[in-house]
Design a protein around this ligand. Structure first.
Ligand code: FMN
Length: 264
């Protein structure tokens, strides 16, 4: 193995941190670092036999984000090795890793290893912290451990086509996705907003425009919270009875620290 390609969807940056940390400990030459959430042109990452790909996805309602799946399915590989990683906000990763496994196999990859890591929940705030500031130092150490396991496994593989399929937890049929109500989305506090446009740039679904003031198209919003977490003025606020009830529930039920899990 000579080169490394990273492909991930990371609106609020935790998946990016984890995928990069795993990758940088592999000792391979990085040839691509593609955050699908930023890359609205939906570019396709190249793969080849001597290239290890790491795919990282956040967990949304126990599944993969639908916006990311469309791009992910365009990846093509002829039995090149892949590591699949999901990142969740300390609640549960549900069927997401199994879903990612299925997509990776359909793209033609051979799965070397999988993992579920924990990142600060997109809905976390200082008032209701949920896995706040994760991945932290301990998590990043675990990324290093995981890289070591992958390196060891790669060394032992003589013929990748004979590699047996990894057993990943999850259930078929996958949990059905709920339609998000278009009226529920982050709003802008016009007293704080200076129309800088960062929210427009970071929104992976082009749900935000500025026409004198910030306008959000609710039908396109996926609740990813990129605009909330990236706004330098704290002007994007997700304060709504539906979301506040979620936040409260997560805060009450998901505060016991969960640890990453590996499948190698
Ligand atoms: C719409 C939505 C649904 C989510 N559902 C889950 C979930 O089912 N379980 C969980 O533990 N975290 C859930 N999360 C939290 C994210 O998985 C977590 O914050 C992740 O670290 C975000 O990745 P990113 O920083 O790369 O955007 C959800 C987040 C969003 C925005």
């Amino acid at each position: 193995m000579e080169t490394l390609s990273l492909v991930y969807y990371s609106p609020t940056g935790t998946t990016q941190k984890i995928v990069r940390e795993i990758g940088q400990n592999m000792g391979l030459k990085l040839i691509s670092d593609n955050n699908i959430a930023e890359n609205k042109a939906e570019s396709i990452t190249e793969t080849s036999n001597n290239c290890l790909t790491i795919i990282g996805m956040p967990v949304y309602a126990g599944r993969l984000p639908i916006t990311a799946i469309k791009t992910l399915k365009k990846l093509q590989s002829i039995q090149s090795p892949v590591v699949i990683v999901v990142v969740y906000g300390n609640r549960d990763y549900g069927d997401s890793l199994l879903e990612l496994k299925e997509i990776a196999i359909n793209c033609g990859f051979k799965i070397i290893a999988g993992a579920a890591f924990i990142g600060e929940h997109s809905f976390s705030s200082s008032e209701k912290p949920i896995a706040m500031n994760r991945p932290d130092k301990q998590d990043l150490e675990k990324c290093k451990d995981f890289s070591g396991m992958i390196t060891e496994k790669l060394k032992d593989i003589e013929d990748i086509s004979t590699l047996s399929e990894l057993d990943i937890p999850g259930n078929y049929p996958y949990k059905k996705r709920n339609q998000l109500p278009a009226t529920v989305h982050p709003k802008t506090d016009n007293n704080l907003c200076d129309n800088c446009g960062i929210c427009v740039d970071v929104c992976p679904t082009n749900a935000i425009t500025i026409k004198g003031t910030v306008i959000t198209t609710g039908e396109l919003c996926t609740w990813c919270c990129a605009c909330v977490k990236h706004c330098p003025k704290g002007a994007r606020i997700f304060d709504n009875p539906t979301i506040n009830a979620f936040k409260e529930k997560l805060f009450l039920n998901c505060s016991v620290r969960k640890e990453p899990i590996y499948f190698v």
